[in-house]
Structure formats: structure tokens, C-alpha cells
Design a binder for this molecule. Structure first.
Ligand SMILES: Nc1ncnc2c1ncn2[C@@H]1O[C@H](COP(=O)(O)OP(=O)(O)OP(=O)(O)O)[C@@H](O)[C@H]1O
Ligand SMILES: [Mg+2]
Length: 409
């Protein structure tokens, strides 16, 4: 794209679902969203009847939730600094029709078509010149993803097919910086472990040179249907600042899941994710790393597949705590704490003990047979330590044993 043709600033964005404009977002002294119809809401948190608009000093959470943070935000801001006033409205407009979820953003920005790639080109890339900076250069203007780590979303990646049909899917490609070496391998291993535990994560891949991790987008179906997506900073109406995703507790996450979905099966799914994150040693399971999805009419609301699973405890440059509180503390829990989490005044997860023990066994089994875990020195031992620290009783410091024979007594 010729950057000279970019509008300098963006103060008006039409928010649409497919071709239907739902409302107008403007920015003057405040951000204002004005619906222009009554049938479709833009968020589960903005469902007032009638045509009243929503004014807010900062950009509304549903619009700000997917704005780039960290690396990607700095990258785009530096690239466009001479040509545009890069603020939240601008970054939102850059999402165009590529944003995660249902909504499209139409503004004065015109996007050129980008040429597509095949998955194989990404996975088997082999050159002295790293691939990721090239992908970033090509796709950064359509980079509609939240998160701190370097990543790009690439539409219409061609998959290798054995028959003659060409299948295309949208992928997210992530790399790593010096602070988190081999995060790609780490995330791939954790996603595979999640698969092993039956959590049904999206399909992911690791490039041969270990420099890129690739994951299928789960907000778009093969039929082209798009699903609504809201992370828990939006759902819990948190402010837009960087720390908000680290405020709150896993208890609240479960309660909010029940509130929005109304289904115990979804609460149990969320409980499984929390247990898995604790066992695998993920200290970055914050509110933006959990989300709900829904059909376009908002009738079917469910917990999204798991994503951004990593074993953070191996990196000495971040603390050894969890991202959210459990029982009032960010220290990693013990089995008893996880069992307690399964019960509240509004729900009870009956098979919590089985979930915890079977996940710990499945993770250890997976690690035994994984080739990829060997690619990261110390990763296997570090995850095993994390599992065993949780499976040790807090009072007796003895290992809980899962007596399979007794299970059906
Ligand atoms: N497979 C997927 N399909 C659709 N959206 C996804 C998928 N994986 C991630 N996302 C979206 O992209 C965002 C960024 O991805 P991710 O959380 O993996 O990045 P990150 O930079 O590692 O995040 P963090 O800042 O939590 O470390 C997520 O918050 C989510 O909205
Ligand atoms: Mg994340």
C-alpha cells in the first residue's frame, strides 16, 4: 500500500455485519457508537433496546478488545508515524473486514488485495533471511490482532490437498522475540498437550526452522460464516488499560461464563481450561486469553476453543505467579484449591477430581511421547515440575494419588 494515500486521521467508522451497517462510531470529544437499526447488537454488553447511542471517553471495549498491543502496536505506529495519527480509531479502521469476530469496520481507508501464501511455504521456509519480518511487512496494515507478542493474521492461506481442490483458511502466524526464546515451540507443545487432554484447540503447526508457530483461526467457519467473539475484558466491562486483563479471579471467570451462557456444560469447559492452564504452568492465562463466541443472532453463546497456551514458568524474566487470582492469591494452586474452585453458590462441577487427575496424567503421557518438547532444552522437566507442584497436597505435601481402581467404587 502506498502510505502517502492514507487518510491522516479517522474519526468516523461504519460498523457492519457482512454488508449490513449496524451503526456509526465517531470520535470527537468522546467515542460515540450510534446504532442505526434495532435488530443487531454489536456486543453482549451493549444490548439496550431502542436506538440510544453509547458514549464513552475511551473506545468501547468491544471495539478496543482486538486492537494490537505491545510489539504490533509499536510496529504499526512507527511505520505510519509520518503519514497518520495512529490512535485507537485508526487501529480499528485498519481491521477492515479482517478483525476477529463478526464485525467489519468501514472507513476512508482503502485496502489493496494481498497475494496469498501456502501453508507449506510458511512451514518449510528455509533461508538466512528470516520469514517473519517479511510477513509483517506484507500484512501489518491488516493486522487485527490483540496480544503482546509479534504476530500476523494471514487470510486465505492455501492448504496442501491430496485431491485437486484447493482449500483456503485464515491463519495466525506468531514469532518470538529475545525475551521469550522458542515461544513458538513452547506454544505448540502446550496446544498439543491440550489436544491430548481433549480440549479441542484449533489446529496448530510449527515451522521446520522453529521460527514460526501457525494456528488456524477459529472465528471463521469453512462455510464463510463468522462467529461473534468477546474476550473477558470486554465481557467483564474492564477498562482499556494494559493492566485490566490481570485484574480479577478464576472464580469470577466461571461465574461470568454461567451468567452469559446460562449452561453448566460451558462452565465445565471453562473449568477444564483453568485446570489445564494451572497444570501446564501458564502464568499468562489472563482475561484476554479466555473468550466467548456466538452465532450472529447471539442465541447460541459458548466458550471459545483454547488459545495462547504457554508454559511461562520456564522464563526467568517474568514472575512465577498466575495472571489472575484463585482463592484470593496469584500463587499457583494445589489440587485442593482446584477442587474448591469447582463449587460455588451458583454451580457445582461434579467430576472435578477426575478432570484434574486425568489432565495431569495426560499431560505427562503426552510429554513422554512428544518429539517437539525435546526441541526446547528443559521444557519437559519444567512442565513436569509444574504438574507435580500442583498435584502435591498443600497441607501434607504428599503426592495425591489417583487410584483408578477406586474411581467407580
Ligand atoms: N486461533 C485463533 N482464532 C481466532 N482468534 C485467535 C486465535 N488465537 C488467538 N486469537 C486472537 O488473537 C489474539 C492474540 O493472540 P494470542 O493471545 O495468541 O497472542 P499473544 O500476543 O501471545 O497474547 P498475550 O498478550 O496474551 O501474550 C487473542 O487475544 C485472540 O483474540
Ligand atoms: Mg493472548
Amino acid at each position: 500500500m502506498n502510505l502517502i494515500n492514507l487518510p491522516y486521521q479517522i474519526n468516523r467508522i461504519h460498523v457492519a455485519h457482512r454488508e449490513n451497517t449496524l451503526g456509526l462510531l465517531t470520535y470527537g470529544s468522546v467515542h460515540h457508537y450510534q446504532p442505526i437499526q434495532e435488530q443487531h447488537h454489536v456486543s453482549l454488553t451493549m444490548t439496550r433496546q431502542g436506538m440510544d447511542g453509547y458514549s464513552s471517553g475511551t473506545l468501547h471495549p468491544i471495539f478496543s478488545q482486538n486492537l494490537p498491543e505491545g510489539f504490533n502496536r509499536r510496529f504499526i505506529s512507527q511505520k505510519l508515524a509520518r503519514y497518520a495519527k495512529v490512535n485507537d480509531m485508526y487501529l480499528l479502521a485498519l481491521q477492515g473486514d479482517q478483525g476477529i469476530g463478526l464485525l467489519n469496520y468501514q472507513s476512508d481507508l482503502l485496502f489493496p488485495e494481498t497475494t496469498s501464501l501456502s501453508l507449506d511455504q510458511i512451514l518449510s521456509y528455509h533461508s538466512q533471511e528470516p520469514l517473519f519480518p517479511q510477513l509483517l511487512e506484507k500484512y501489518y496494515l491488516r493486522n487485527a490482532l490483540a496480544g503482546m507478542q509479534p504476530k500476523v493474521s494471514i487470510p486465505n492461506v492455501q492448504l496442501n490437498q491430496t485431491d485437486r481442490t484447493v482449500q483456503q483458511k485464515d491463519f495466525i502466524v506468531k514469532s518470538f522475540d529475545d525475551d521469550f526464546p522458542l515461544l513458538t515451540v513452547n506454544e505448540f507443545v502446550c496446544m498439543q498437550a491440550a489436544q491430548y487432554c481433549g480440549l479441542e484447540p484449533p489446529k496448530s503447526y510449527l515451522s521446520n526452522n522453529l521460527e514460526t508457530y501457525v494456528v488456524e483461526r477459529f472465528d471463521r467457519k469453512n462455510t464463510g460464516e463468522r462467529l461473534g467473539y468477546e474476550d473477558f475484558t470486554t465481557l467483564l466491562k474492564k477498562s482499556n488499560d494494559a493492566d485490566a486483563k490481570y485484574t480479577g479471579s478464576y472464580e469470577t471467570l466461571l461465574k461470568a461464563t454461567l451468567l452469559y451462557t446460562g449452561r453448566l456444560s460451558e462452565v465445565e469447559k471453562m473449568y477444564r481450561y483453568i485446570v489445564f492452564n494451572c497444570l501446564i504452568g501458564n502464568g499468562d492465562a489472563h482475561l484476554k486469553n479466555f473468550a466467548l463466541q456466538y452465532s450472529s443472532d447471539m442465541t447460541n453463546i459458548f466458550v471459545s476453543p483454547p488459545f495462547d497456551l504457554t508454559h511461562t514458568l520456564i522464563y526467568p524474566n517474568i514472575d512465577q505467579n498466575m495472571a489472575l487470582k484463585l482463592k484470593g492469591s496469584k500463587a499457583f494452586p494445589h489440587v485442593a484449591d482446584l477442587l474448591k474452585l469447582a463449587e460455588s453458590d451458583t454451580f457445582r462441577i461434579r467430576n472435578a477430581k477426575d478432570i484434574i487427575f486425568s489432565f495431569s496424567e495426560h499431560i505427562l503421557d503426552y510429554l513422554k511421547q512428544s518429539n517437539e518438547v525435546q526441541l526446547f532444552n528443559g521444557l519437559r522437566q519444567s512442565i513436569e515440575r509444574s504438574v507435580s507442584n500442583i498435584m502435591v497436597s498443600s497441607t501434607t505435601r504428599k503426592c495425591y494419588r489417583h487410584d483408578k481402581k477406586k474411581k467407580f467404587d
